[in-house]
Write a protein of this length. Sequence first.
Length: 257
Amino acid sequence: MPTPDPAPYTLAVDCGGGGIKASVLDTSGTLHAPAVRVPTPYPLPPTRLVDAIADIADRLPPFQRATVGMPGMIRHGVVVATPHYVTRSGPHTRVDPELVDAWSGCDIRAAVEQRLGVPALVLNDAEVHGAGVVSGTGVELVLTLGTGLGSALFDGGRLAPHLEWSHAPVRRLTTYDEYIGQIQRARLGDGLWSRRVRQVVEGLRPVVLWDRLYLGGGNARQITPQVLARLGDDVVVVPNQAGIVGGVRAWQLGGDA
C-alpha cells in the first residue's frame, strides 16, 4: 500500500505594505519550497489581493489549506480596517474612499477560500508572526517592526483579541506607526530609531506586564546591540521568517476564535 501523505500542507502568505511573500509548509513548519516574493501591487482592492495570492500559489507546490496574514484589524476573517491597502499608491500615500468602502466589512477569508478552493485562515500579520514564535507559556506580546508597528498578544498560547497599537498616539498627535515606522528609521538612522523602539517597549511594559516580548518584522534586526542589551532578558528578537512559519501553528493556537 502507498505511504500516507503527511498532509495537510499549508500555503502561508505574509502580506505586507511593500511585498507579499509565501511558501508551502508541512505540518512541522518546514518550508516545502523556497519562499516566493512579489511587490505589493497598488491600488489594491480585495479582488486584486486575492488575485496576487492565487498567482503566487500557482508557482508553489500543492497545499490543502491556506493561512494569510495581512495588516489591519481582522475579526473572524472579516476586515474591520486595513491601513495600507486603502491608499492609492501604498503606505503613506493618499487614502482612496472607494478602497475604504471596498475593504470595510470584506469577508476576505471567504474570498480566499473560494479562489483557492481550500479552507483558509486570515489574521493580522503580526498574529501569524507571533504564532510562529510564542512558547505557549504565560503572557507573550509580539511587536513587529516594519512599514509600521504590528502587535499580537497571546495568553497560554491562545490568541487574545487584536489591539491596533499602531494607530494609537504615542505622544501628542504622533502614532506608533509614525514614531517607529520605516520612514522614521530611514530618517533618523538606526541609533536614534533604536532609542525610540526602547521608549515604546518601556512604555508598554507596565501596560501589558508580559512574561516575554518578541520583536520581529523586517526592521527588528536593525536595533542596535547597545539598545538590545538594555531591553532586558524578557525581550527577544526573532527572525522575520516567522511570518511564514507561523502559518502552520496559527491553526492550533485559537487564531480564529
